[in-house]
Design a protein around this ligand. Structure first.
Ligand SMILES: NC(=O)c1ccc[n+]([C@@H]2O[C@H](COP(=O)([O-])OP(=O)(O)OC[C@H]3O[C@@H](n4cnc5c(N)ncnc54)[C@H](OP(=O)(O)O)[C@@H]3O)[C@@H](O)[C@H]2O)c1
Length: 232
């Protein structure tokens, strides 16, 4: 049976990934900063003995290095953790410390986890890495609409994530590892807010359908939860 490891699995899209893959019979390694404080994950583990919980702060090199997987294969590594800061994002008000934190989590956090778990992914059958990005990282989308506002910290950290994951896809293709970048859509979570267009069930259901195909057909692509190609 296949194994997935998910970052930021305690709420929002990460939790829904954990729920859906667990319901589908996968082994799920659900990671988050404070597993003992996540009632939803504790409950999921009680309901399903294929779910295990591990502490992981993607912004901390020490925490990532302490992740205890041994040589366990990871078929699908889901780099989901991110922060979206609403303040300090307009010119004249830029919060540089918050911007650094956004890069530490959204950009370097994802690369750090992928680097640390690369051999676990290589040892698996599927050999797939999915990075959760956003349509807000797209240059084309920014030209078309400014409806979400400036949001320097989040947009640039995710645009850089797209480049980092595109490079990773190139680096890892010779080893048979597929790296795909997702736009999950605008989803009802703490980050997306209650007015978002999609439920977590719809977004994750869509991404899981896309991920179920041949991993290599997705390598290096920026795709939506609906499977459509997204512009850079
Ligand atoms: N919701 C949307 O509309 C939307 C749209 C486009 C893209 N996305 C992307 O989808 C992904 C999931 O978003 P979401 O809507 O589920 O957001 P969310 O509800 O705000 O959840 C974010 C998750 O990231 C975790 N996280 C933050 N910093 C972390 C760190 N240093 N180490 C480990 N985990 C950390 C949070 O953990 P804590 O509980 O410990 O803070 C939480 O589990 C993100 O990459 C986001 O950018 C979301």
């Amino acid at each position: 049976m296949s194994t997935t490891l998910i970052t930021g699995a305690n709420r929002g899209l990460g939790l829904e990934f954990a729920r859906q893959y667990a319901a589908d019979g996968w082994d799920v390694i659900a990671t988050c900063r404070n597993p003992e404080k996540s009632e939803e994950l504790q409950q999921l583990r009680r309901e399903n003995n294929k779910v295990s919980l591990q502490a992981l702060d993607v912004a901390s090199g020490k925490s990532v290095a302490a992740l205890a997987l041994g040589g366990r294969p990871v078929d699908l590594l889901i780099l989901n953790s991110a922060i979206y800061t609403r303040n300090g994002n307009k010119i004249g008000e830029i919060d540089y410390d918050a911007w650094r934190e956004a890069n530490e989590t959204n950009l370097m956090g994802a690369v750090r986890v992928a680097e640390a778990l690369l051999e676990n992914v290589v040892a698996s059958k599927r050999k797939q890495i999915a990075a959760i990005s956003t349509g807000m990282a797209s240059m084309q989308a920014l030209k078309a609409t400014f409806s979400f506002g400036a949001v320097y910290q989040y947009r640039t950290s995710k645009a850089a994530l797209n480049m980092a994951m595109s490079i990773l896809a190139k680096e890892l293709e010779p080893r048979g590892v597929s790296v795909v970048i997702f736009d999950p859509g605008w989803v009802q979570t703490d980050m997306g807010g209650a007015n978002a267009a999609l439920t977590p069930q719809e977004s994750i259901g869509g991404m899981r359908r896309v991920l179920a195909g041949d991993p290599m057909s997705l390598a290096g692509k920026f795709v939506g939860y609906d499977g459509g190609t997204r512009p850079w």
